[in-house]
Ligand binder design. Structure first.
Ligand code: SF4
Length: 431
């Protein structure tokens, strides 16, 4: 029996697909070379915003056309979780619509496993060997915050952190399979471990720093002893404590992915989030003082209800001053069940798009300038695939790449000199 999984959406979804693949393989399934050849076709969907939902539906319909007669089509992931019944009614070509973990495992008509597995256990399942020298590791599921625009907690629930022991086990197996960079992800990474501590489950082995400091600090230190690179994604800005900054700098991957969303204080309050542009700039300056080569990434929402021209100007000024290396911009999408869904003063979509174009144009020029400035510098590159490497400044799949000679062995760390820059990408030669 063969399976095919089509994954949409964010890195967190890709980890879920890996886990599902691991589970299917432990049940005797083998990976198919295409959807057409599979007996079980799974669409792991994304429900983040309207555009993602449309893409998910299109993918499901396309898979329904491509699959062979008799093959089963299962829809899982965020859309299944959020709109399960509606989806099942609207898509008769689908055999099963099932949320994460338990429901999928229990009710998949191919009897995947006799013992039910909860959605949290899905995180702890083994995964197949990766084909790249880096891998995402999802260290928690769900989120305890309630940001105004975000529906994630409504269908993924409150945060449930994995234990250090489980994460270490997965990390060691990935490293044993040739992985040299671990990319830690969660909805709110900086809060990892707090729920375990609250629930009184913080035994020394699980939350290593019993002294009351941030659990993520100890986890990062522990993992840094196991692997060449540990990269942290999605840091809520108030979670970027002095201790965590120090730990990230000491880890040798001075890469700060800060989830900022806006720079205007009124906007951030309306989003029910912490901070403002001045505080963010202060933190960035402190980090740069300690490590001038630190890399910064963030993402921002344009057109949140009530956003004015003043707010937009504030964001533009912030971007100009912050000189981030990388930034992603998204227009606001009103999501059912969120605080922002009921807010008045909706910004017309065209205006939000116009604002997004304006900030993107500014940031593209900043990114290109910062990439140009690297020409002539020496960087240690991890060779991801033939002809493609990355220094600590580039996060896999999200940032630019560094083009290298295709003879450099995949999975090796190589000292290189940057010889040219092409927008977001760089070119390097071995030294
Ligand atoms: S911290 Fe992230 S996942 Fe949690 S509610 Fe806010 S935006 Fe959503």
């Amino acid at each position: 029996m063969q399976y095919w999984i089509e994954t949409l959406g964010c890195p967190k979804n890709h980890v879920d697909s890996d886990k599902l693949a691991g589970l299917l393989e432990s049940q005797g399934y083998a990976a198919a070379t295409s959807a057409e050849a599979a007996d079980l076709v799974v669409a792991n969907t994304c429900a983040f915003i309207e555009a993602a939902r449309e893409e998910s539906i299109e993918t499901v319909l396309e898979l329904a056309e491509r699959k062979q007669d008799g093959a089963r089509l299962v829809v899982t992931g965020c859309m299944a979780e959020r709109y399960g019944e509606e989806l099942a009614n609207a898509l008769p070509e689908v055999d099963l619509v099932a949320g994460f973990g338990e429901s999928l495992i229990q009710s998949t008509p191919v009897s995947l496993r006799s013992r039910p597995v909860s959605s949290f256990d899905l995180l702890n399942l083994p995964r197949p060997v990766t084909s790249t020298p880096w891998a995402y590791v999802k260290i928690a599921e769900g989120c305890d915050r309630r940001c105004g625009f975000c529906a994630i907690p409504t269908f993924r629930g409150d945060q449930r952190s994995r234990s250090t022991e489980e994460i270490l086990l997965e990390a060691r197996s990935l490293v044993g399979g040739g992985v040299r960079e671990l990319v830690l992800i969660a909805q709110d990474l900086a809060s990892w471990g707090h729920d375990r501590r609250r629930a009184g489950r913080g035994e020394a082995v699980e939350v290593l720093d019993e002294g009351g400091t941030q659990p993520l600090i100890e986890l990062t230190k522990t993992l840094s002893r196991e692997v060449d690179r540990v990269r942290l994604l999605y840091l809520y800005p108030s979670g970027l404590t002095e201790g965590l900054i120090e730990t990230i700098l000491e880890s040798g991957v001075p890469y700060f992915d800060l989830s900022l969303q806006h720079a205007s204080r009124p906007m951030l309050r309306a989003m029910r989030r912490w901070g403002d542009g001045a505080r963010f700039l202060e933190r960035i300056a402190t980090i740069r003082q300690a490590e001038p080569d630190a890399t910064f990434r963030s993402s921002f929402i344009l057109g949140y209800p009530g956003e004015t021209e003043d707010d937009q100007r504030e964001l533009l000024n912030f971007l100009e001053e912050a000189q981030l290396d990388w930034a992603g911009f998204f227009t606001f999408s009103s999501e059912e069940g969120t605080f922002a869904n009921d807010l008045g003063e909706q910004v017309p979509h065209e205006l939000a798009l116009e604002r997004m174009r304006e900030v993107s144009e500014l940031q593209d020029a900043i990114t290109a300038r910062r990439r140009d400035a690297l020409v002539g510098s020496r960087q240690e590159l991890l060779i991801d695939s033939p002809g493609v490497g990355r220094s600590v400044r580039e996060c896999p799949e999200i940032d630019g790449i560094v083009m290298v000679d295709s003879s450099l062995a995949v999975g090796t760390l190589v000292d290189c000199e940057i010889v040219a820059s092409h927008g977001t990408d760089l070119e390097a030669v071995r030294v």
